[in-house]
Design a protein around this ligand. Structure first.
Ligand code: ASP
Length: 315
């Protein structure tokens, strides 16, 4: 059974961005599913789908990533092959177009799992990734607006309460991307890519590049998470959800159980997408929106879900 699901991050998307995000998610599923249909590997499908999302500036990954407190673009990504538990990740990496592809190089070309910062960038050049500026004008403007609000509205000491800040300004968090894919040989892969949380402190690394927190895959299932990374790191959400599938929960039930766990413990904004080894697809989130697109062989066409219900009303 071939199956693929992608997410465009938890969010409260502004209306003008919803349609762009829906189209982007759809194009990513199409690209990844085309790889699976031509007999391709789950890992290739996953990388391809995430590349499409990274290249779409509406999402907070690759081109158009969110900016740090000091106006930089510092991205995180990871990718994992379920059958071998091979995983590659990069964190705090700048000037690269597709962090998920760099993460794959870490997995395939090194003995390591995670490269960070300058080291990751140096490795990117050695691997032939050209220098690339992922900062867009749109993000620069958003950054300026948010900085003004934070500086004028509340003093910076409130940064210690990231959740509180995000409750007040949900636009801080949106647009991380992720994918889980299952190929015809039963291989499961998962990948996640992000610019992190808007206005994150320099040096902050989230859940996305941490195996078991933001991304995980085994022979039983795969998961990619989004939301406030600190929540996923404290609960090891992706691994926990994959373990739920190992003990027999279907992908939809495992995703729900994962978000229940978040709600009953750290209680921060989170979302997760899953596929189990039978090709069942699941997703759950405690945010208002989390746009997902998915398809498996039992479905005639790509389904899109997680869009705010009223987004078309006052168009
Ligand atoms: N999980 C990401 C992080 O904390 C952000 C997101 O999913 O929007 O870096």
């Amino acid at each position: 059974m071939r199956a693929i699901i992608v997410h465009g991050g938890v969010s409260e998307l502004k209306k003008e961005k919803v349609e762009r995000a829906v189209n982007g998610v759809k194009r990513a599923v199409e690209a990844g599913y085309a790889v699976l249909k031509s007999g391709g590997d789950a890992l290739d499908a996953c990388e391809k789908a995430v590349n499409v999302l990274e290249d779409d500036p509406v999402f907070n990954a690759g081109t158009g990533s969110a900016l740090t407190l000091d106006g930089q673009c510092a991205m995180d990504a990871s990718i994992m092959r379920g059958s071998t538990l091979q995983v590659g990740a990069v964190a705090d990496v700048r000037n690269v177009k597709n962090p998920i592809s760099l993460a794959r190089k870490v997995m395939e070309e090194t003995d390591h799992v995670l490269l960070v910062g300058e080291g990751a960038e140096k490795f990117a050049r050695i691997m032939g990734f050209p220098e690339y500026d992922p900062i867009t004008e749109e993000r620069r403007m958003e950054w300026k607006k948010l900085m003004d609000r934070v500086m004028n509205g509340r003093s910076l000491k409130h940064w210690k309460k990231l959740s509180e800040l995000i409750k007040k300004h949900p636009e801080i968090l949106h647009g991380t991307v992720g994918c889980v894919a299952l190929d015809e040989r039963g291989e499961i892969a998962a990948g996640t890519s992000t610019g992190g949380v808007f206005l994150k402190l320099f040096g902050r690394v989230g859940d996305t590049p941490i195996p078991g927190a933001g991304t995980y895959a085994t022979i039983y299932g795969g998961a990619s998470a989004t939301g406030i990374g600190e929540a996923m790191m404290r609960t090891l959400l992706a691994k926990t959800v994959v373990d739920f599938m190992k003990i027999g929960l279907s992908a939809p039930k495992a995703a729900e159980a994962g978000i229940d766990l978040i709600n009953n413990t750290v209680n921060m904004m989170a979302g997760i997408i899953t596929i189990d080894r039978h090709g069942n697809i699941g997703f759950a989130h405690n945010s208002r929106d989390m746009i997902v697109g998915f398809i498996n062989e039992n479905m005639d066409s790509i389904e899109i879900s997680g869009i705010p219900e009223d987004w078309r009303k006052d168009d």
